[in-house]
Write a protein that binds this ligand. Structure first.
Ligand code: C2E
Ligand code: MG
Ligand code: MG
Length: 767
C-alpha cells in the first residue's frame, strides 16, 4: 500500500481493520470451539474405553462368579441323588431346586440333565432346552420376553470323576450387570443385543453390550472453564473494541473533523478558533500547533510577498536613478486616464522637459556628476509641479509631466516654475562651471477624447525642438505649423537611414565644394559637405541634420564624416594639392574623440591646407574647453572657421571669445550686398573690420557673376557658391582635373545636384 501516493480515509481503514479483527476473532472462536470439541471427544473416548474395561472386568467377575456358583451347585449330593434316582425329581425340583433361596438370586431357571443330556422329566414351565448337545456350551440368549440371559451347563460328576449328568442354570444378566459398581459406566444405560438366535458366547458378550458413560465431572468442569473463558474473551474483546471505537471517535475522528472544518475557515475566523481549541490527544495538539505555526508562516510569507510585490511594482514603475516614475508608469497612467476619460473633462497638458547640453555635461564632468545633475533636476521639477502631477523620466535627460485639468496658461505657469526651480539649483556645488537649464516642449490635449500618449509626446518633442533653437523661449507650445516642419524629424525612413549609417559607419557620401581664393584666383580649399545615400536617393543635410540634432547625434555624425573624408583621401579622391574644410558641430568641438579623429585625418592628408568649420556656436556651453580643443586643432594644422557668420547661430560675441582664423559670412549676409545701401554697407564694413582684425573672410552663396563682383569689391578674401562650383563627389585623382581651376557649374558635367537642391536650407533658423 503506497500511502504516499494517495490520501486515505482513516475511518475507512479503521472500519476495515475492525471488520477484519472481528472476522479473525470469530475464526479464532471457531477454532477454539473445534479444539474444545476435539478434547471433549478425546475425553469421551478415554472415558468410554475405561467404561468398557470396567464392563469387561465386571463381566469377567460375573462369569467367574456364575461358574463358581454352578460348580458349587454341581457338587451338591442331593443333585447326584436325583440323577441316581430321578423318580422324585419332579417333587425335588419343585420343592427344593426351584425353592427361592436355594439357588443364587440371579438364577432364573435351573434343570438337571442325565448323562446323555436329556432333561430329567418333562416340564412345561422349563426355560431351558429339553436336550443338550454332546458338548453344551454357555451362551447368552434372548429370553422370550426380550431379556438377555446366560444359560450355563455344568457337568455333575461322581467321586471318581465320572460324569453323571448336567445341571443347566439360567442367569439374569442385566440385573447382575446393573448391580455392579462402576466408575465410568452408567449402569442404567446398559443394553444387550440384538442377540442372534444361536446366542453369544460369554467371552464375546461385551461386544454386544451397549452402554453410556457416566457424565465426567472433570470433562464438564473443563468444558465449562473453556466455554466461560471463551465467552469472557469475547466479551472483553467486544468491550475493548467498543471502547476503542468510542475513544477513536471522541479523541481522533471528531477532533479531526473539527480541525478540518476550522482549517477550511482559516482565512476567516478559523484561525482564532484554531488558537482557542484544545485537543486531548497529544498528536492532534502537535498537528494543531503545527497548523498555527504554518498559518503564521503563511501570513508572514503573504506580507513578505505583498512587500515584494510593492517593491517589484516600484522597481517596475520607478526610475532607479531619480526615483520618479518611468516610461512604463506613464503608459499605464495614460491608459487609465483614457479608460476613465470622463474623469478628466478638462484639458491635459503634456510637458516634455529636457536638460540643455546634458550630453556635454556628462562627457565633461563624468557620469556621476551627470547622474547627480539629473537627480537634482528631478527633485526641483517635482517640487515645482502641483501635488496632483506626476513626473516621469523617459530616458537620458528627458522627463515628462502629465498635468491633468490644466489649460495652456496653467501649463505655462507650471513650466515656468520648473525652469525657475532648475535655474535656482546651485550646480556649481557639483563642480559645474556652466549653468544648467531646462527646455520644455508642451502639448495640450482636450477637453474631449485624449490622443495616444505617443502622439502627445511627439507633439511635445516638436515643441521641444523649437524650444532648443537659439534665441527661442525655453518653453514652447506645440502648434500645427510645427507638425509640418517636424514631420521629417520623425520620418522613420530618415531616422532609420541616419541610425543605420551611424551604426555601421557607411552610407555617408562626401561632396566637396570649392572655396575660391579671390586674390589668387584659384581654389583655396574644398568644403566637405555630407549626404546620406538611401539606394538611389541622396539625402541632403537639410533633411537629415534636424534628425541628427533632435536625437543628439551630432558628435557621432562628426566622427562618421571625418571617417568618410579620411576614406576619400585614402582612396585618392581628394586632389593632392587641394585643401579640405571639415564641418564640425558645436557639440563635437568639445569632444575628445572628435579631436582624435581630426588628428587622424590630419595625419592622412598631410601637406594640404586644413580648415575646421564650426557652426552653431551658441550650442557651445563650455567655451574654455572648446577653446582648448580649438587650439589643439590648430596644433594639428587646422585653421578654424566661424561658419554662417551673421545667421544668428554665430555672432560677434564668439569672435571675441574664441580663436578663429576664418569668418564665413552666411548667405544672408552675402545677399545683403545686393540689397539696400545700408545693408550693403553693414556687410562691407563688417568685412573690412574683420579683415583688419586679421581674419580671412569668406562669402558663401555666390550664385552669379554679379554677386561675385560685389563680393570681390567688398574685400572678401574668398568666395563659395554655385556660381564658382557646386558641391559634388570627387573622382579618383587620376580622373581628376586641375584642382586649381575655378569650376563653372553651368558647364560642369557633374551638376547632378541641382541649384534647387543646393538652396541653402534655413534649418538653423528652425523654420
Ligand atoms: P554650410 O556649412 O554653411 O555649408 C554650405 C551650404 O551652402 C551647403 O549646403 C552648400 O550646398 C550651400 N551652398 C553653397 N553655395 C551655395 C549657393 O550659391 N547658393 C545656395 N543657396 N547655397 C549654397 P548643404 O550641403 O545643404 O549643407 C547645409 C549645411 O549642413 C551646412 O552649411 C552645414 O552647416 C551642414 N553640413 C553639411 N555637411 C556637414 C557636415 O559634414 N558636418 C556638419 N557638422 N554639418 C554639415
Ligand atoms: Mg560649412
Ligand atoms: Mg555656411
Amino acid at each position: 500500500m503506497n500511502l504516499g501516493s494517495r490520501p486515505f480515509s482513516l475511518s475507512l481503514y479503521l472500519g476495515a481493520f475492525a471488520t477484519l479483527s472481528m472476522a479473525l476473532l470469530l475464526l479464532l472462536a471457531w477454532l477454539v470451539t473445534q479444539r474444545i470439541d476435539a478434547v471433549d471427544r478425546d475425553l469421551r473416548a478415554a472415558v468410554h474405553a475405561s467404561a468398557r474395561t470396567e464392563l469387561e472386568q465386571v463381566l469377567d467377575d460375573l462369569f467367574s462368579g456364575i461358574r463358581e456358583a454352578a460348580r458349587d451347585i454341581a457338587q451338591w449330593d442331593e443333585i447326584r441323588q436325583q440323577l441316581r434316582q430321578p423318580a422324585y425329581y419332579a417333587y425335588w425340583r419343585a420343592h427344593r431346586l426351584h425353592k427361592p433361596g436355594t439357588l443364587p438370586e440371579s438364577v432364573s431357571a435351573s434343570e438337571i440333565y442325565d448323562a446323555e443330556g436329556k432333561l430329567l422329566g418333562h416340564f412345561a414351565d422349563t426355560l431351558l432346552p429339553g436336550q443338550l448337545p454332546a458338548v453344551p456350551e454357555a451362551r447368552v440368549i434372548q429370553h422370550p420376553d426380550g431379556r438377555p440371559v446366560l444359560q450355563l451347563f455344568q457337568p455333575i460328576r461322581d467321586s471318581r470323576g465320572r460324569r453323571l449328568g448336567w445341571i443347566g442354570l439360567q442367569f439374569e444378566l442385566l440385573p447382575a450387570l446393573q448391580r455392579a459398581i462402576y466408575t465410568y459406566l452408567d449402569p442404567r444405560s446398559l443394553q444387550v443385543g440384538p442377540i442372534p438366535a444361536e446366542g453369544i458366547p460369554p467371552d464375546r458378550l461385551v461386544e454386544h453390550i451397549r452402554f453410556d458413560t457416566r457424565p465426567s465431572d472433570i470433562r464438564q468442569a473443563m468444558l465449562g472453564i473453556l466455554n466461560d473463558s471463551l465467552l469472557q474473551i469475547a466479551v472483553v474483546v467486544i468491550l475493548i473494541g467498543t471502547g476503542l471505537y468510542l475513544l477513536y471517535n471522541l479523541l481522533i475522528s471528531r477532533p479531526l473533523q473539527r480541525m478540518e472544518r476550522t482549517v477550511r475557515r482559516l482565512e476567516n475566523d478559523g484561525f482564532m478558533e484554531l488558537q482557542q481549541m484544545r485537543f486531548p490527544v497529544l498528536e492532534l495538539e502537535t498537528v494543531r500547533n503545527a497548523l498555527i505555526d504554518y498559518h503564521r508562516n503563511l501570513e508572514q510569507a503573504h506580507c513578505e510577498l505583498d512587500e515584494r510585490n510593492r517593491e517589484l511594482w516600484r522597481l517596475a514603475h520607478r526610475d532607479p536613478l531619480t526615483g520618479v516614475f518611468n516610461r512604463r508608469a506613464l503608459d499605464e497612467d495614460w491608459r487609465r486616464m483614457t479608460d476613465a476619460e470622463s474623469r478628466y473633462p478638462g484639458a491635459v497638458a503634456f510637458l516634455l522637459l529636457d536638460c540643455d547640453h546634458f550630453k556635454a555635461i556628462n562627457d565633461t564632468y563624468g557620469h556621476e556628476t551627470g547622474d547627480e545633475v539629473l537627480r537634482r533636476i528631478a527633485l526641483g521639477v517635482q517640487h515645482a509641479l502641483r501635488s496632483s502631477d506626476r513626473l516621469y523620466r523617459l530616458g537620458g535627460d528627458e522627463f515628462a509631466a502629465v498635468l491633468v485639468e490644466c489649460n495652456r496658461e496653467c501649463a505655462h505657469e507650471v513650466a515656468q516654475r520648473c525652469i525657475k526651480a532648475v535655474d535656482a539649483e546651485d550646480f556649481g556645488e557639483l563642480g559645474l562651471r556652466e549653468p544648467v537649464h531646462l527646455s520644455i516642449g508642451i502639448a495640450v490635449a482636450g477637453p474631449g477624447p485624449l490622443p495616444p500618449v505617443d502622439t502627445l509626446k511627439r507633439m511635445a518633442d516638436m515643441a521641444m525642438y523649437h524650444a532648443k533653437r537659439p534665441n527661442r523661449h525655453r518653453i514652447q507650445f506645440y502648434d500645427d505649423e510645427m507638425d509640418r516642419d517636424g514631420g521629417m524629424l520623425y520620418s522613420s525612413r530618415i531616422v532609420h537611414a541616419v541610425e543605420h549609417c551611424l551604426r555601421n559607419r557607411c552610407g555617408i557620401e562626401m561632396h566637396y565644394q570649392p572655396v575660391v581664393d579671390l586674390e589668387a584666383g584659384d581654389i583655396g580649399y574644398r568644403e566637405a559637405l555630407a549626404r546620406i545615400r538611401i539606394g538611389e536617393e541622396l539625402l541632403m543635410p537639410g533633411q537629415f541634420m534636424p534628425v541628427i540634432e533632435a536625437h543628439r547625434l551630432e558628435s557621432d555624425f562628426d566622427l562618421a564624416v571625418i571617417e568618410a573624408i579620411r576614406r576619400d583621401a585614402e582612396q585618392g579622391r581628394l586632389p593632392p594639392d587641394a585643401g579640405i574644410s571639415v564641418n564640425v558641430s558645436g557639440m563635437g568641438i568639445t569632444r575628445k574623440d572628435v579631436m582624435e579623429a581630426l588628428g587622424s585625418l590630419a595625419g592622412t592628408v598631410v601637406g594640404r591646407p586644413l580648415v575646421l568649420e564650426i557652426t552653431e556656436t551658441t550650442y557651445i556651453d563650455r567655451i574654455d574647453l572648446a577653446n582648448r580643443q580649438i587650439r589643439m586643432a590648430r596644433g594639428l594644422g587646422y585653421r578654424i572657421a566661424l561658419d554662417d557668420f551673421g545667421s544668428g547661430y554665430s555672432s560677434l560675441r564668439y569672435l571675441a571669445t574664441m580663436p578663429f582664423d576664418i569668418v564665413k559670412f552666411d548667405i544672408s549676409m552675402t545677399r545683403q550686398l545686393n540689397g539696400r545701401e545700408s545693408q550693403r554697407m553693414i556687410t562691407e564694413r563688417m568685412v573690412k573690420m574683420l579683415t583688419d582684425a586679421g581674419y580671412y573672410t569668406v562669402a558663401e552663396g555666390i550664385e552669379d557673376a554679379d554677386t561675385l563682383k560685389r563680393v570681390r569689391d567688398a574685400g572678401f578674401a574668398a568666395a563659395q557658391g554655385f556660381h564658382l562650383g557646386r558641391p559634388r563627389p570627387l573622382p579618383h585623382s587620376d580622373q581628376g582635373r586641375s584642382s586649381t581651376s575655378i569650376e563653372n557649374t553651368a558647364s560642369s558635367p557633374d551638376g547632378d545636384e541641382s541649384g534647387a537642391a543646393h538652396e541653402k536650407r534655413p534649418r538653423k533658423a528652425g523654420a
